[in-house]
Design a protein around this ligand. Structure first.
Ligand code: KIV
Length: 284
């Protein structure tokens, strides 16, 4: 059985310079395999809106969607450190509502921590949630939350003004009590600087290194999504091609009668063939 890592293990890994490998995961069958692989952590990202629910962006994703997917992942990966991603508007209305929503990830889905996208503007919410005893991972850089297309899915921090904002946001997030920070799409120089400057673990998703670990998106790394993945994605498999090939073979087998053969059918109990024949005759 996999030994579940805690925040203290990640701090020790940081001290040793050991990289954390983690991945987004959204459902039970995926989670069982991810846990079996020995992955260090799982993020149940609100990217589930696009990847498994078919939305164009993350703005329609609700608290109910997130909780339900977090619960499924937890059932599949009971011994892996899991982080629930707080969706659009779940921590923007009031501090009370933010605490309540963050608490649902812990109480209803047994998450180990929550992740919140945003900079200085959300720090009072991070403070309140951490004060309530909930671990928060901050997330800055390309943060595609909501319908604001200005920041979405582009690299960030490539010009001085933008890099300054990211540094200020990162410092404010640490100051607010976040236990870790995820950088998305920033240049490696900025990532390396923040890794050195901050005392909390700093992780990268498309932000290069050096830092304390790398996050990869499940559908992109396995070649499941049909869209062109971002530049930073390394494709480790082509699952969509394997699935399509299998679907085509199945369709062909059904249409030509190759499937189902005797091998894939249930047989009448041995010695009961005659009785069975008689029964059918009764109804002819
Ligand atoms: O929702 C998500 O999967 C994320 C990653 C893009 C970091 O927040």
């Amino acid at each position: 059985m996999v030994q579940k890592k805690t925040h203290f293990d990640f701090i020790e890994m940081k001290k040793r310079g050991e990289q954390v490998a983690w991945i987004t995961t959204y459902n039970y069958p995926m989670a069982t395999l991810v846990e079996k692989s020995g992955m260090d952590m799982i993020l149940i990202g609100d990217s589930l809106g696009m990847v498994v629910l078919g939305y164009n962006d993350t703005s329609p994703v609700t608290m109910e969607d997130c909780i339900s997917h977090c619960q499924a992942v937890r059932r599949g990966a009971p011994n892996t450190f899991c982080i629930g991603d707080m969706p659009f508007l779940s921590y923007h209305v009031s501090v009370e509502e933010s605490i309540r929503n963050a608490g649902r990830f812990i109480r209803e889905a047994q998450m180990d921590a929550v992740k919140m996208e945003g900079g200085e503007a959300i720090c009072k919410h991070i403070r309140a949630i951490t004060d309530a005893g909930i671990m928060v991972m901050g997330h800055v850089g390309s943060i595609p939350l909501g319908s604001n297309q200005i920041n979405s899915f582009e690299t960030q921090g490539r010009d001085v003004q933008n890099a300054r904002e990211i540094i200020k946001d990162a410092l404010a997030i640490q100051e607010s009590g976040a236990y870790a920070l995820l950088l998305e799409g920033t240049p490696p120089e900025l990532t390396a600087f923040l890794h050195k400057k901050l005392s909390i673990p700093v992780y990268s998703v498309g932000a290069g290194g050096p830092c304390d670990g790398q996050l990869m998106m499940w559908a992109d790394m396995l070649g499941i999504s049909q869209t062109i993945p971002p530049k930073f994605v390394k494709k480790y498999a082509s699952i969509a091609e394997i699935e399509l090939k299998a679907f085509h073979e199945y369709i062909n087998d059904v249409k030509t009668g190759v499937y189902p053969s005797k091998e894939y059918s249930y047989q009448i109990l041995e010695g009961k063939e005659k009785e069975f024949e008689e029964l059918l005759k009764e109804f002819e």
